[in-house]
Design a protein around this ligand. Structure first.
Ligand SMILES: [Zn+2]
Length: 331
């Protein structure tokens, strides 16, 4: 009989990642391709399923389960994607039903940040730990909390929204409708917006030249300008670290995780971000000794989500040993 495998599918607004592992969790194949959002949900999912079938056939294995990570909002219990901002036309899209019918195997859905948290927890920076907080800092800021080896979903799957912790009570409006959320100041989009505002107000900086024009300024350009010694970029970066430290300190005070793991595009700045952040969080958190405060960069880059989705897939066939996706029992 063919070896059994589980697939993990991570659907993002720009990239789709797929991983295939044996039932012990050893990854045997993985790939990534562009999402091409303009194709709409059905054709995008068709393409992903074809890719999974190709990987299954190339490895000569028998697929027995699949996990899916996707940007929210979504209805995990009903297996529906509910209009994520980065996936236009995915309105009440019954992704789990379609996959289960097409492939004839059980499929499990969770949001992309929870999937990425599971990926880092099982394969990346959180290996060997039992309690972690994963935070992705990219266009937005998302989070996933793992407590005692399980994703903590909370009421209405609302847990882990680290991006919407208030860090500045009268701060800028956030997409969620509140003011001064961490995401409204420190996401990649917000870092770029703050830089553009100061440039438009007339502050001199090499950021504009590096980006080509003000509208092309991104968080990545700001980070590059920090390394090049630009004064405005350094100010924006320091503010970003200050507010991230506030948000992460609050999170640590509540959960005391073994590590806070940072993923997403902004985290690729590496030690430029992590070193000062670690220092500030350690000096803010007086309730824990500094050596118990771990802030780590994610280890898997763009593969955290698909590797974590593998674990979701596993949970569909071995619920005793993994996250319980139906919300029953211990969360
Ligand atoms: Zn918010």
């Amino acid at each position: 009989m063919n070896k059994q495998t589980v697939a993990g599918l991570d659907i993002g607004g720009t990239k789709i990642a797929v991983a295939l592992a044996d039932t012990d969790g050893n990854v045997i194949s993985h790939t990534r391709f562009d999402t091409r959002v303009e194709l709409g949900p059905h054709r995008i999912l068709d393409r992903a399923i074809e890719e999974i079938e190709r990987m299954r056939d190339d490895t000569g294995t028998r697929l027995v389960a699949l996990g899916v990570g996707c940007g929210g909002p979504l209805d995990r219990a009903r297996g529906l994607i509910l209009s994520p901002p980065n996936l236009p036309d995915w309105d009440e899209f019954p992704i789990i039903e379609i996959i289960e019918k097409r492939l004839g195997i059980p499929a499990v859905l969770d949001n992309d940040a929870n999937a990425a948290a599971l990926g880092e927890f099982n394969y990346g920076a959180g290996r060997g730990m039992h309690n972690i907080v994963y935070i992705t800092i990219s266009t937005g800021i998302g989070g996933g909390i793992i407590i005692n080896d399980q994703i903590f979903h909370g009421v209405n799957d609302g847990a882990g929204e680290v991006g919407h912790i208030t860090v500045l009570t009268d701060g800028p409006m956030c997409g969620c409708g509140a003011r001064g959320c961490l995401e409204a100041i420190c996401s990649g989009t917000s870092i770029a917006r703050r830089a553009r505002e100061r440039l438009l107000a007339g502050t001199q900086s090499s950021i504009t030249t590096m980006a080509g024009e003000i509208n092309a300024v991104t968080a990545k350009v700001v980070a590059e300008a920090v390394r090049a010694g630009d004064k405005l970029a350094a100010e924006i970066w320091d503010e970003t670290i200050y507010y991230l430290a506030v948000g992460i300190s609050n999170t640590i005070n509540v959960l005391a995780p073994e590590a806070v793991i940072l993923g997403g595009g902004v985290s690729t700045a590496g030690e430029l971000l992590i070193e000062p952040l670690r220092r500030q969080v350690q000096s803010r958190n007086t309730m824990l000794p500094p050596d118990k405060i771990n802030i780590l960069q994610a280890a898997l880059g763009g593969d955290s989500g698909s590797y974590g989705a593998l674990i979701l897939g596993q949970s569909g066939i071995a619920p005793k040993n993994a996250t319980k996706p139906d919300g029953s029992g211990h969360q």
